[in-house]
Every structure is written in C-alpha cells, then in structure tokens.
Write a protein that binds this ligand. Structure first.
Ligand code: C2E
Ligand code: MG
Ligand code: MG
Length: 714
C-alpha cells in the first residue's frame, strides 16, 4: 500500500521515520533501520489514535511505552528521544485540523502515559532478567564438574547480552568482571570500572544503610540487598541506579564473590523530577503551588516539640479591576511581579511563598520564634507591595489584605489552618483592605467561609432568601428624592444578613449572578412601578426611578436586552424609570460587541450609569464612546471631603470630573455622602445627585416612599 505523501497515512509514515531515526542509534536491535521503522509504524498509529480519540485513554500510550521495551529499546535515552519526538512532531504530523491547544495538552498526557508504560515494562523485564541470572548463577554454583561448563556458558551468554548492568567483585570489593551494559552506564570505558574498588563509589546521596548492608553482605551475614544508589561517572555526571547485590558462595558455602545488578534509572528519575516539578509549581509565576504548599504546611504542622508556624494569607485588593480594565495579559504580568516581590520577602530558611490560585498567595514561616517572625513577614510583604508596579506603561498601585495565623505545631490540620487564614484575610478586606489582621478563634467560629457560601447560593435563590433594600438618590439642588438604588442582601438562615460584597463575587464566579441579577431587576422594576402608582394616587413628587446594578457577567449574557424589555413590559414601567449601573472597570477597554446591548437599552430610554467612577484605570477620553448618561463618583472621593477643610487636590479632581461630565452631557451622582458638610461641598462643586447615610441608609421600600412624600409636603 503506497500512501499519499500528504494524506494522513503519508504524514503518519513521516512521523514514524523521524521517530525511528531518533531512537535507532540507541536501540539494541538486530534489525536494519528500515525494518525497525516498520515496527514503529503500528505504534505511531496508536499514538495518532490516542491523540485524536474523543476521550483520552492512557492505556494506549502505556502500551506504546511497553512495546518499546519489547522492541529492545530499553535504553532510557530511547525513552527520552521518543518523548522529545512526540512532543515536537506528533501534533504536527498526526493532529489533523483539531484545535492546537487541546492537541498540545493531549500530547503532554500521551507523553506521560508512554513514560509510565516504558518504566513499568522495563521494571518487569529487569526483574525477569535478574531472576534468570540468579538462577544461572545458582546452578553454576551447585553443578557437578562436567555440568559446570555448560551452565557457565549459559551464564556468560546472559551476562553479556543483558540490557542491565552486571558486575562481579570479590569480597574486598575489587571489581573483577563487568558486562557491556554496565560499561556503557559508566561512560563506555572498561577501565572506568574493571579493577576499581566498589568502596570508592560513595555518593553524597547515599543513605547510611547502603554501606551497612554492603558490610553485612561481604561478611556473609546477608544473601542480598536492594537499594537505590547514585554513582559519579568519571566525567562528573551522576548515574542513578536500582542496585541489587547478591552474595555468591563457593561449593562449601563460603562467601566468595558479590554479584551486582544495576538498572540505570537516571532518565526516569529526571523525568519524574520534571513531572513532579510541573505538578507542584505554578506555571505563571514559577512559585510553589497549592499542592506543594499543603505538603510543606502539613510537615510544619507535624513538626515536634517546641516547633511553631506562622502563615500569611494574602489576597490582592482590587485585582479584578486591573484584570477587567487592562486585560488578562496585564493582570498576569502584575501577578508575576507580585510573585517576585513576595519571594524576596521570604528568603530565610524555613520560609516559603506559594501561589494558591488567582490573586491569592501564602507565605509560611516555621521555627520556634514565629510569633515575631510572622509579624515581620507580613510587614515586609506590605512594604514590598507599596511601590507601584509598572505594567504596560502604567503605574499600578497594588494593595493587599493579609490574614495571619500563628501557633504551635501539632494542634491543627492544614486545611483548618488555611481556612482560618482565609477567614482572617476576609476580615482584613472587610475592614477596608491594605492591612493585616491576626486570626481570632472566636471570630473564626462565627465566620462564614467562601466555600460554604458558594455552595449555598443556588438553593438560596430558590428558597427566596434574597431581599432588596433601597437607598434614596437625592437631588442636591432642591433636596428632593428622585429615586433609589436597589441593593441586594441575603438573609442567610444561619448567618443572618450578608452584604453583596460577600456574595456577589461568588455568584459572579459561579454564574449564578445571571438568574440572581434577573430576579433583582424584576423585583426592582415591580417596586418602581408600585411607587409610581402610589405617587400618582398621592399626587406627590414626580415618579421615583430605580437604579439596578449589573455585573460584568450579566453584560455579556445574550439575554440581557430581551430580559430587560420583557420585564419592563410585563410590569408596565417606562424605560426612563430604570437606570442600570455598570462599574467603570467592566466597561473600560470594552469593544463594540460588548457595548452593543447597552447601546440598545440606552436607545430605548433606559439610563446607564457608570458606577464606582474613579476606581478603575480608565481613560477619560473614552467616556465619549460609552452609552452612559450618568457618572457615579466613587465613595473614595467623598471620603476625602469628610474633614474640613477638604483636601484641595480632591476638590480639584472632583471639579474637573464634574465639568468634563457636564460637557459630555452626563449627570454626576456622588456616593457615600455621610455629612452635611460633604453635601454642601459637593453641591458647590456642581454635582447633581447624591446618595449616602446623611440622607438615608439602604432600607425597605416604604422608607423611600415616606421620604419622597415628606419632601413633597414640606
Ligand atoms: P455600589 O453600587 O457602589 O453601592 C453603593 C454601596 O455603598 C452600597 O453598599 C451602600 O450600602 C454603600 N453606601 C451607601 N451610602 C454610604 C455611605 O454614606 N457611607 C458608606 N461607607 N457606604 C455607603 P452595599 O449595599 O454593600 O453594596 C456594595 C456593592 O455591591 C454595590 O456597590 C454594588 O456594586 C454591589 N451590588 C449590590 N447589589 C447588587 C445587585 O443587585 N447586583 C449586582 N450585580 N451588584 C450589586
Ligand atoms: Mg451601584
Ligand atoms: Mg458605587
């Protein structure tokens, strides 16, 4: 059968050719290279099938690894070259037109399977060979004189042809005979091994019992032993082996020789180290990952008398904003820089830094004096984050919240300690972030874990555990109530009322935000309609409008426009009665596809407000592109005006933003107005509407109606 050179079969053949060229030189086969290649073709086909199969099956790769041993590719170099070859060419020649990313991932899994199958088959074969050799040696020993010759010939044949290294030494350790495989392992020169003394081959990694077993064997107190041992080759490189040494006795049973069987495990060991490294390190930052961190923490917690540990659990504040507004590539770069800085904070022995995932990091310190050490460690971390980080030409200020757990080893498990650190970190974040807090067992017991909340969320929506509070929006000019922002809360059966900052990010993470957001919209629109009818009855102030927050994920949901239109029509509210609040960070850098649904809604008459304005890294010139009609100035600006006189820089900034907004025809709402002085100040600066505790805290819908009626009467 001749294959089309460019067809799938032709490409498969080419892969087999490359593969056979790579490994033929390190194969102990009597075949010619073309014959050898023929043997590889069916194996290549299995690899191709494993690559393209819909469901991955490790068995295929393992079978190929085992088949290599059967074709006499027992040299670890053959494995190494095979893996290189699969890595470089399998997807290229046998990938068809499947998605490259997935094929690459699949190819990596195939390589692992091939390596595993190879190692397993090699071990089985080695054991079988060892058994044959021991049997031959045994019969050579016990045979009568004339039989001796025959069995010795058999022994010689096995000795020289074996793929594993064999050496014979006398009881002083002088090496008398070695086979070719052993010579190859030591660099190819017979003089590297023959005539040397076994006792010279110490290695720093030898465990003490290696030499104890050796002494026992040569004294005749032990028949054999088996260890994992490293040797230096004459060129200084290290050879790792599985070493089995047996004692050979003469016809009278007196110890006479030692027989060593060596299996070269260097490559396999390196491969294992590499696989282990990949399994225990974070690919982005190179830091140890959660797995490795857990191992270390468990070890620290299991340490003996007097040992203590200190743990800092760090979560960056506002990382999501960076990711949303500057993109993931910038977010990644930021994380890498943060990782580098953290690493430089924990360089002492007993200290380590790891990345748990996302923007969460941990630093661990162990020893006897961790009470002060962990405090210093947290201080160093805060310091390290203080200097702005340059990403894509911008200076980003990175802050973090740290939860600290410190204590004696031997009392708590790793998961428990980490949970406590997580809760404490959350407390630091709730207290405003950019700080560290020490764990408090009482607070822990009351605390609510993110995991617990996340899993409870879906049922909570079904059971109707959410409710909405409304916070009035007040016109700064005449003090009248113009509307309210709907703010969702969760009445948790055990933990009481939980604020949106705790659960909205979780809902967003799991996708539950879409049905939850739809529910909030529906409720709020119904409420606005209710205010409207009651206002008409009472003939008080104009209609009250409702502001509803939208999460970034809702923005990209295809049903946004149709759901909103449905709800407005069903409840009978004019589009102008609704304002959707979108955070600044969700819109900055948004392309036209993302803006399209908002634009549609704006065209229908729904107001769009840019929430938390001033917290993202946005470009003011961009505002013009966005379909927004309201800017909501973030609370942080208002906070700067809490004290009299207000910070002049803050005043200038707000003044500038207000005049820019007005020139773009945007109304300005300020958030977080807590005092009359702030309200006066903001009115002078030209802001249009305000929201804050000075007017009212978020509350039940009736509060709003009463307020509105009251100012209509007064
Ligand atoms: P936001 O939209 O910026 O809402 C304003 C937040 O400031 C509210 O916090 C409000 O209670 C608080 N606040 C109001 N006046 C003052 C004041 O004078 N001083 C201080 N210190 N704070 C004040 P809340 O209710 O905890 O909501 C937090 C955030 O959760 C909201 O920020 C909003 O982004 C989000 N959120 C709330 N409800 C929803 C919702 O239904 N859907 C979505 N996607 N997000 C929501
Ligand atoms: Mg809002
Ligand atoms: Mg806001």
């Amino acid at each position: 059968m001749s294959a089309e050179p460019d067809g799938p079969e032709g490409r498969l053949r080419r892969f087999a050719t490359i593969w056979s060229r790579a490994i033929f030189p390190v194969t102990a086969t009597s075949l010619t290279r073309p014959e050898f290649e023929q043997q590889l073709v069916p194996l290549a086909r299995r690899l191709r099938d494993a690559l393209q199969e819909r469901v991955f099956d490790a068995k295929e790769g393992q079978a190929v690894g085992a088949a290599l041993i059967d074709t006499h590719c027992t040299d670890p170099e053959a494995l190494s070259r095979t893996l290189d070859c699969v890595d470089a060419y399998l997807v290229l020649y046998c990938g068809g037109d499947g998605p490259r990313e997935e094929l690459r991932a699949r190819s990596a899994r195939i390589q692992h399977a091939v390596a595993a199958g190879f190692a397993q088959a090699l071990r089985e074969r080695t054991l079988a060979e060892q058994e044959a050799i021991s049997r031959a040696a045994l019969s050579a020993r016990s045979a009568v004189a004339e039989a001796l010759h025959a069995s010795e010939a058999r022994f010689r044949a096995v000795f020289h042809g074996a793929a594993i290294g064999i050496g014979i030494a006398d009881l002083d350790g002088t090496i008398l005979e070695v086979n070719d495989a052993l010579i190859r392992m030591f660099g190819g020169l017979e003089s590297n091994v023959r005539g040397r003394n076994a006792a010279e081959w110490t290695h720093p990694d030898d465990s003490p019992h290696v030499w104890k077993l050796y002494e026992e064997l040569v004294r005749g107190e032990r028949e054999h032993y088996r260890v994992e041992k490293a040797f230096y080759r004459p060129d200084g490189t290290v050879l790792w082996t599985n070493l089995t040494v047996s004692l050979l006795r003469d016809a009278d049973g007196l110890p006479q020789y030692q027989l060593a069987l060596m299996e070269d495990t260097t490559e396999r060991r390196l491969l294992n180290l590499r696989l282990r490294y990949e399994a225990t390190h974070d690919a982005l930052t190179g830091l140890p990952n959660r797995t490795l961190f857990f191992e270390r923490l468990e070890k620290a917690l299991a340490a003996g008398d007097g040992a203590r540990f200190g743990l800092c659990y760090l979560d960056l504040d506002g990382f999501k904003t960076v990711n949303d507004s500057l993109g993931h590539a910038a977010g990644d770069r930021l994380l890498v820089e943060v990782a580098d800085r953290l690493q430089s904070c924990a360089t002492a022995p007993g200290e380590m830094v790891a990345r748990l995932g996302g923007d969460e990091f941990v630093a661990l310190t162990t020893g006897t004096d961790t009470e002060t050490e962990v405090d210093e460690l947290a201080g160093r971390i805060m310091n390290a984050l203080a200097a702005p980080i340059r990403v894509e030409g911008r200076e980003l200020t990175v802050r973090g919240s740290i939860g600290i757990v410190e204590g004696p080893a031997g009392e708590r498990g790793a998961a428990d300690v980490l949970r406590s650190a997580d809760i404490t970190m959350y407390r630091a974040k709730s207290a405003g972030g950019n700080r560290y807090e020490l764990a408090d067992p009482e607070a822990d017991a009351r605390a609510i874990t993110r995991h617990g909340l996340t899993t409870a969320l879906p049922a909570a929506l079904e059971r109707g555990e959410f409710f909405i509070e409304y916070q009035p929006l007040v016109h700064l000019g005449d003090g009248s109530v113009r509307g309210a922002e709907a703010l969702v809360r969760w009445l948790h059966p055990q933990h009481g009322v939980i604020g949106p900052d705790r659960f909205i990010p979780l809902a967003e993470h799991t996708g539950l935000i879409v049905p939850l957001g739809r529910w909030v919209l529906e409720e709020s629109v119904r409420q606005a309609r209710l205010w409207e009818t009651r206002t008409l009855d009472g003939a008080a102030a104009g209609p009250l409008r409702v502001n509803v927050n939208l999460s970034p994920m809702q923005l990209t949901h295809p049903g946004l426009v149709s759901d909103t239109v449905d709800i407005l029509e069903r409840e009978g509210l004019e589009p102008g009665g609704l304002c959707l609040e979108v955070t600044e960070s969700a819109l900055i850098g948004a392309d036209d596809d993302l803006l399209k649904p908002l634009r549609r809604l704006a065209e229908m008459g729904v107001d769009i407000a840019l929430d938390d304005f001033g917290t993202g890294y946005s470009n003011l010139a961009n505002l013009r592109r966005l379909p927004v009609s309201v800017l909501k100035l973030d609370r942080s600006f208002t906070q700067g005006m809490q004290h009299f006189p207000a910070d002049p820089v803050d005043l200038k900034i707000v003044e500038g933003i207000v005049s820019l907004a007005h020139s773009l025809d945007l109304a300005v709402t300020v958030e977080g107005v807590e005092t009359g002085a702030q309200a006066d100040q903001l009115r002078e600066l030209g802001c249009d509407t305000a929201q804050g505790w000075y007017y009212a805290r978020p509350g039940p819908p009736d509060q709003l109606h009463e307020l509105a009626l009251a100012d209509a009467i007064s």
